[in-house]
Design a protein around this ligand. Structure first.
Ligand SMILES: Cc1ncc(COP(=O)(O)O)c(C=O)c1O
Length: 363
């Protein structure tokens, strides 16, 4: 079986975990700030706060901005559900906005039309690692509206030279095993705003503000990331450029084999794709999935059209999200993928895509 994903971890990570176990400090020891320093450096921000998942990062970003009842937050209609869930769970209203079916990112023109006096923030997703057209997004909303990046899959991606995660007021990262850097489960909030970083730190640790543990200024959660898991992430974030270069080579290998047969992904000119996933578009996708499975290739849908889920069923219609949902297909992408594996993927897709007459590129 050619696997969809395979975390790029080995001896360095195993050794780092063994070192932590030997110290007896399993959580909130020295590995947490070490990991945070490397993350802030990678995102070009002053602060990073490690948390227990990408979802926790998004949740704390929304809470740290004081977003709650009566507020609206604009989110893309095509994304992983956590992007909208955290807004709803904070008591605010997620306002779904359609995506551009080609880039699969939020349609910036529609964002401008969705802003109301209640809009507190836009949660913009760099989907699959493709940077959002950031300057256009900034121009589409009034200054009072905070821009939060769901950079769950965009660590290492760059918009016109600037690292994703560091573009908005806050950025949220995920270290789930399908991400370029993984800690098994994990996430982080990155920001250059010291007050927001403090608020996130407080909220991830029950509401406490160390070193003063006599009072609890506000209620919080336990969204901490353990030293053990930060130790797993550290060697990876230190070799991030190498990890990205390898994924980018695999993406180029797919482009070579598949361009013209399916619509292939790419970043806008001048941007660097983060290649969290390699997601093409084709029709009929169900047949492609069956053909790949039959050839021993693990593949997956792209992500979710939220208005097709019960929780957001009354938010549509979103034709861009529908098109992306129906056509998007994630192909295997990891460092162990060989040229022969990529040949096999392309070969398995050939009978399904031989009549392809659609658009060549998605970017
Ligand atoms: C765009 C996006 N946002 C948020 C998340 C949630 O991250 P986690 O699984 O670490 O909670 C994911 C995870 O896949 C994602 O793809």
């Amino acid at each position: 079986m050619i696997r969809l994903a395979w975390p790029d971890v080995g001896d360095a990570e195993a050794g780092a975990v063994a070192d932590v176990l030997a110290t007896g400090h399993l959580t909130m020891g020295p590995k947490v700030p070490e990991f945070e320093t490397e993350l802030a450096r990678a995102c070009g921000t002053e602060h990073a706060v490690a948390v227990s998942s990408g979802t926790a990062a998004l949740h704390l970003a929304v809470l740290a901005l004081g977003i709650g009842e009566g507020d609206e937050v604009i989110v893309p209609a095509y994304t992983f559900p956590a992007t909208a869930n955290v807004v709803a769970l904070a008591g605010a209203r997620p306002v779904l906005v359609d995506v551009d079916a080609r880039t699969m990112n939020i349609d910036v023109e529609r964002v401008a039309a969705a802003v109301t006096p209640r809009t507190r923030a836009v949660l913009a997703v760099h989907l699959f690692g493709r940077p959002v057209d950031w300057e256009q997004l900034e121009a589409a909303v009034p200054e009072r509206v905070a821009l939060i990046e769901d950079a769950a899959g965009a660590l290492g991606a760059r918009r016109r030279g600037r690292p994703c995660g560091g573009l908005g007021m806050l950025g949220c990262l995920s270290f789930h095993p399908r991400k370029v850097v993984t800690t098994g489960e994990g996430g982080a909030v990155v920001t250059s705003d010291a007050e927001i970083a403090d608020a996130v730190r407080q909220l991830r640790h029950h509401g406490w503000q160390p070193p003063d543990l006599r009072d609890l200024p506000r209620p919080g959660l336990n969204y901490r990331l353990s030293d053990i898991l930060c130790a797993v992430g550290l060697p990876q974030v230190r070799r991030l450029d190498e990890l990205l270069a390898r994924r980018s080579r695999i993406a180029a290998g797919y482009e070579q084999r598949l361009a013209g047969a399916v619509a292939t992904p790419r970043a806008a000119d001048g941007d660097v794709h983060g290649w969290q996933a390699y997601v093409v578009q084709l029709e009929p996708r169900a047949e492609a999935l069956t053909a790949l499975r039959r050839a021993g290739v693990e593949a997956q849908i792209g992500t979710y059209a939220l208005h097709r889920l019960g929780a957001y069923a009354d938010h549509g219609p979103f034709p861009g999200a529908d098109a992306a949902y129906e056509r998007a297909l994630a192909l295997p992408l990891h460092a162990r993928l060989t040229d022969a594996d990529q040949d096999r993927v392309a070969e398995a897709l050939r009978p399904v895509t031989s009549g392809f007459r659609g658009q060549k590129h998605l970017g």
